[in-house]
Design a protein around this ligand. Structure first.
Ligand code: ADP
Ligand code: ZN
Ligand code: ZN
Length: 745
């Protein structure tokens, strides 16, 4: 018998399967990981099939060394998925197979954790006799006493009751009175928190309606839905009911959330309703925790999986449901190789494995909503908040007017007075400031010079943390002291523009001394539980104001928040990206939706320099449809996605000339390809060689060939050719092919 093995090496020439002989007496399954000889070394691989014969001459065949686990680590459905993704992304199967395993499993870097257990080896009614025979050893008597119930006890627990029990335990074992064993323990992220089972609330009418449409399809193992529910409409309760039904059918369910910051909340909701069957997967787990959660799912012990993007590859055996919450979030797109869109992967899994797919959002992505209108998804709407709680009242404040009135603070008069009133009433407030640090950038009033990072073509941000106040680059981490004279013209009229989260926090401390304030941005949320600690501080009420970047805008549910302030709404609107309008709408609508989720109605203040902008107006009205029609029209006329594909070949090199030359050479090849294939050329609307908008990043010069292609079957072979081109060796440069990337900077 022969086994076909994908060896875990990513190299262009190793993209196929290798055949090995299965030694006498070894049984293997498809999907099982094995150790194989590869050249002079040993490598890990995955069995993908079996054969009786092959072209390799008998004497050249080598034996499989050993299986790495006694079970197939990769389920057949995930092997199939890896194949599909490899084909789609034009990359070797070895590369997509890696996605299906916790990274730590490769190379045997994590081990099953075991702990010693003690158990009685004699019948309980013989304990008294055995204890009496222990003579003067009170320790041994005590241990026998403790083990009388016949259960296995962790030695660690015995240590709490008997001082230094090890010697006594070994003696008892030698006497044949007890047995010592090693039992597997699973590391549980977040611990085995008390799992009170909360009661079900009565469903609202729109929750009921949504369920009536979805449940019959779920039962048939199919259906694709876009659940568009305004903020606070109670989408989570719909998920909970669907998950419960899925479990009842004996299947497993998966809930994807965009951000780690949202995971603890979702987890606590699900733990309170489903107890221990919920597993959590995200990037901040320790290696051991991730591996153990993975095994709980693989063994079928955990049948509800909650996690960020990569959880879509969880080894659920009988998948019945995937929910993608906040489906519009860009975090569902992986930017590392091999690139994938978790929503697309979820759709494939559902199709292959007979599961229902729910995409949910208060602000669906233009793409998903367009697909729903076309009939690819069944559109379900939840237009009202739970218990007819009103949508928050939104006020737009014109910051130009504030300046004219002589107000130079980051807070308008309106926001300031609302904040004061909110604090006096003993309620909570959230403030969105979509830039971390203190000031956004520093520029010279005389000559306009902006302080930029020497390694990156981006402006630096002023931070106060070091005491002296320094400029930081948010891309590469470079820091330097801030100048008091313009390095360009020597003028002393250097000005600090725009505020960051730190500045807002400081202003708040000055205005509301004694009020607890929590700041949440990349700088304050490092570490495994970084988010959780800050959010707990706010949830408990110890802190009354939460200031943060977009990470506070999404999905969080704080019933005592009655005021939301957007300190600078234009910040994202002005980015040179065709999606900046969509992003701004989503951000403002989502953050406004954090207000008034409890009993008390909410207020929202949006501060802007563009009070008449249609995007600002639509988000203030929480009017998704108006926004969608505007934006869809603009995309159609401007030939932006979903009508076209935006892509680029990006060349990066430490040597600026090398980057440029590499891009130039690639551009010439592209021109030639299009000449050879007139049908590809017809679908290519733009092919532009230029320096990337961020011309330098982390010390590397960047050039790109920007492409705009019509969505059409004829563009697919061109995309494949571009992908292959990027994968070649490029001396002195790195080349990436990016397909509808999250940014083109
Ligand atoms: P969404 O995700 O749609 O913004 P959530 O699922 O966070 O909304 O629900 C908003 C709030 O309403 C939560 O506090 C939730 O516990 C509550 N809620 C949801 N459904 C019901 C219901 N049927 N009865 C009472 N409260 C509900
Ligand atoms: Zn100057
Ligand atoms: Zn930098």
């Amino acid at each position: 018998m022969l086994a076909q093995v994908i060896v875990d090496i990513v190299h262009e020439n190793v993209a196929h399967t290798f055949t090995y002989r299965i030694p006498e007496g070894m049984t293997l399954f498809v999907g099982q990981r094995v150790e194989v000889p590869f050249g002079p070394r040993k490598k890990e691989g995955v069995v993908v099939g079996f054969a009786d014969t092959c072209d390799v001459p008998e004497e050249k065949l080598r034996d499989i060394i050993a299986p790495l686990e006694d079970y197939p680590a990769i389920l057949p459905c995930l092997l199939e998925l890896a194949r599909q993704m490899a084909e789609e992304a034009h990359c070797p199967l070895a590369e997509t197979l890696r996605l299906m395993l916790p990274a730590e499993m490769r190379g045997g870097r994590v081990q099953v954790k075991r702990q010693p257990m003690a158990r009685l080896a004699i019948p309980p009614d013989k304990v008294d006799e055995a204890a009496a025979a222990q003579g003067r050893s009170a320790k041994r008597r005590k241990i026998l006493e403790l083990l009388r119930d016949g259960e296995a006890h962790p030695v660690a627990a015995l240590k709490l009751l008997v001082r230094d029990p090890m010697e006594a335990l070994h003696q008892l074992e030698r006497m044949g009175l007890i047995t010592l064993t090693q039992a597997e323990v699973l590391r549980r992220p977040g611990g085995d928190a008390a799992e009170a089972v909360a009661a079900d609330p009565a469903l609202t009418a729109s929750q009921q309606e949504a369920l009536e449409v979805i449940l019959p399809e779920l039962a048939k193992g199919r259906g694709k839905f876009l659940l568009h529910g305004v903020t606070g409409s109670g989408k989570t309760e719909v998920f909970i009911r669907l998950v419960r039904e899925t479990l009842r059918m004996g299947k497993s369910a998966m809930i994807l959330v965009p951000e780690i910051a949202l995971t603890p909340q979702m987890v606590s909701w699900f733990r309170s309703r489903f107890g221990a069957v919920a597993a959590v997967i995200h990037s901040r787990l320790s290696a051991g925790e991730r591996f153990d959660e993975w095994r709980r799912i693989r063994r079928g012990d955990a049948r509800v999986v909650i996690g960020a993007r990569s959880a879509v590859f969880a080894p659920c055996e009988r998948l019945g449901l995937i929910v993608v919450d906040e489906e519009h979030e860009t975090t569902y797109l992986s930017d590392r190789h091999p690139r994938y869109d978790a929503r697309q992967v979820a759709a494939w899994r559902c199709e292959n494995e007979g599961a229902a797919l729910i995409l949910a959002s208060a602000t669906p992505s233009i793409l998903s909503f367009a697909m729903a209108r076309r009939g690819d998804y069944t559109l379900l709407e939840m237009p009202h908040r739970v218990h007819n709680r009103p949508m928050p009242q939104v006020e737009i404040v014109d910051m130009r007017q504030e300046l004219e009135n002589g107000n130079r603070s980051v807070f308008s008069a309106v926001l300031h007075s609302h904040l004061r009133a909110c604090m006096q009433r003993g309620e909570q407030a959230m403030l969105l400031m979509n830039r971390r640090g203190y000031n956004s950038f520093i520029s010279c009033r005389s000559c306009g010079h902006v302080m930029k990072c020497p390694n990156c073509d981006v402006s630096m941000t002023y931070h106060m943390t070091d005491g002296d106040g320094r400029l930081h680059c948010h891309y590469c981490g470079h820091a330097e002291s801030s100048p008091d004279k313009c390095p360009e013209c020597g003028s002393r009229y250097i000005r600090y523009f725009g505020a960051g989260t730190q500045k807002v926090e400081e202003e708040l401390k000055r205005l509301f001394p004694g009020v607890g304030i929590v700041r949440m941005d990349v700088d304050t949320t490092s570490g495994k539980d970084g988010h959780q600690k800050l959010l707990d501080e706010f949830r408990s009420g110890r802190a009354r104001i939460l200031v943060g970047t977009q990470m506070i805008a999404k999905g969080l549910d704080f019933p005592r928040v009655t005021l939301v302030g957007v300190v600078a709404a234009d910040m994202t609107l002005n980015l040179p990206d065709y999606r900046s309008r969509e992003r701004t709408f989503q951000l403002l609508t989502q953050v406004a939706g954090r207000a008034g989720r409890g009993e008390i109605p909410g207020q929202v203040v949006i501060q802007t320099y563009k009070p008449d902008d249609p995007v600002i107006l639509a988000s203030a009205a929480q009017d998704y449809r108006t926004f969608f029609h505007q934006e869809f029209d603009r995309r159609r006329k401007g030939l932006y996605p979903p009508f076209t594909i935006m892509a680029r070949l990006l060349a990066e090199a430490s040597d600026a000339k090398r980057a440029q030359e590499t891009a130039q050479a690639l551009h010439q090849r592209c021109v030639k390809l299009l000449e050879e294939h007139p049908r590809w050329k017809k679908r290519t609307l733009l092919m532009l060689l230029e320096q990337a908008p961020v011309g330098m990043l982390r010390g590397k010069a960047r050039w790109h060939i920007q492409l705009k292609l019509l969505v059409h079957p004829e563009t697919e072979p061109f995309v494949a050719a571009l992908t292959d081109m990027a994968r070649e060796e490029h001396p002195g440069a790195d080349v990436y092919f990016e397909y509808n990337p999250t940014t083109m900077m």
